[in-house]
Design a protein around this ligand. Structure first.
Ligand SMILES: [Zn+2]
Length: 258
C-alpha cells in the first residue's frame, strides 16, 4: 500500500490512498474503495480491511452526492447519510471521503482535537463546500483556523471544461482559476478550493499538486479512464488526550512525505 501524506498534518494520522496494493482486478486494480463502481464487493471489503489494518483506524463515511453538506460522523460505519463532508472528533475514527478526480480536502484543528474530510467536485467547489467544512469544524472549537490540505485530484493540466463552466468559475473565484489551453479552457480546482478556504479564514493551506489524470500508475482518474475506474480515499483522524495515543492505535507506518 502506498499512501501520500502532507508534512502540514504530520502530527495526525492521515493519508491519501493510491491505487497501489489491494485486491481488486482490472479496471479497478487494485486498491479500490468504491462500493458502487462495479467492482467485486469481496475485493472492496478486503481493501477496506487492509487499510484498517495498516492504519489502525476505523472510517466514518458518507454517501456522496455532489452537494455541500457536511455532517458529524457517527463512528466507523458503512456509508450512512447523504453528504459530501464528514467531521470526526473521536480518536481512532477517521473522517473519510472517496474520489477519482474530485478534490479531497483534509482539515484539522491545530490542536488535533477534531478533523474533517471533504469531497469537492466542480459542483461542490462552486458551492464552497470547503468553507462548509471549516464552519463544521469550528463548532465547539477554540476559534483557531484549521490546517487544510488539498489532495491528489485532476489538475489544471488536464481538466478541460466548457466555456460556460469556465465563466461561472471565473465569476466565483477570479480569472486565476482558468487557464486557456489550445482546445479550450481548463479549470484549476486546486486554486478555486484554496480561494474558498482562504476566504473562510484558513491561513495554512498545503496543495499537494498531484494530478490524478497525469499519473496512471498511482491514481484512478474518472475522466482519463472513461468513467470505469476505482475510487481512492482521503482520510484523517483526530488525536485526543482522552483517546489512545498514535502508537497505541497501531499507527506505525512510514509514509512518503510530500
Ligand atoms: Zn494532469
Amino acid at each position: 500500500m502506498e499512501l501520500i501524506r502532507s508534512q502540514l498534518l504530520a502530527e495526525l494520522p492521515h493519508g491519501f490512498t493510491t491505487r497501489a496494493g489491494g485486491a481488486s482486478a482490472a479496471p479497478f486494480n487494485s486498491l479500490n474503495f468504491g462500493d458502487l463502481v462495479g467492482d467485486d464487493p469481496a475485493a472492496v471489503a478486503e481493501n477496506w480491511r487492509q487499510l484498517g489494518e495498516a492504519t489502525g483506524l476505523g472510517f466514518a463515511r458518507v454517501r456522496q452526492v455532489h452537494g455541500a453538506k457536511v455532517v458529524v460522523g457517527a463512528g466507523p460505519t458503512t456509508p450512512c447519510g447523504e453528504a459530501d463532508g464528514v467531521v470526526s472528533a473521536t480518536a481512532g475514527v477517521a473522517a473519510c471521503v472517496a474520489v477519482a478526480d474530485c478534490v479531497p480536502i483534509l482539515l484539522a484543528r491545530p490542536d488535533g482535537s477534531a478533523v474533517a474530510a471533504v469531497h469537492a467536485g466542480w459542483r461542490g467547489t462552486l458551492e464552497r463546500i470547503a468553507a462548509e467544512g471549516v464552519r463544521a469544524l469550528a463548532a465547539g472549537g477554540d476559534g483557531e483556523a484549521p490546517l487544510a490540505v488539498i489532495g491528489p485530484s485532476i489538475g489544471p493540466c488536464c481538466y478541460e471544461v466548457s466555456d460556460d463552466l469556465a465563466a461561472r468559475f471565473a465569476a466565483a473565484f477570479g480569472r486565476r482559476v482558468i487557464q486557456q489551453g489550445v482546445r479550450g479552457p481548463r479549470l484549476d480546482l486546486w486554486a478555486a478550493n484554496e480561494r474558498a478556504l482562504r476566504d473562510a479564514g484558513v491561513v495554512r493551506v498545503a496543495v499537494l499538486r498531484r494530478c490524478t489524470a497525469c499519473e496512471p500508475r498511482l491514481f484512478f482518474s474518472h475522466r482519463r479512464d472513461g468513467g470505469r475506474t476505482g475510487r481512492m480515499v482521503g482520510f484523517i483522524a483526530p488525536i485526543s488526550a482522552r483517546g489512545p495515543s498514535l502508537t497505541e492505535a497501531g499507527y506505525h507506518l512510514e509514509f512518503p512525505r510530500s
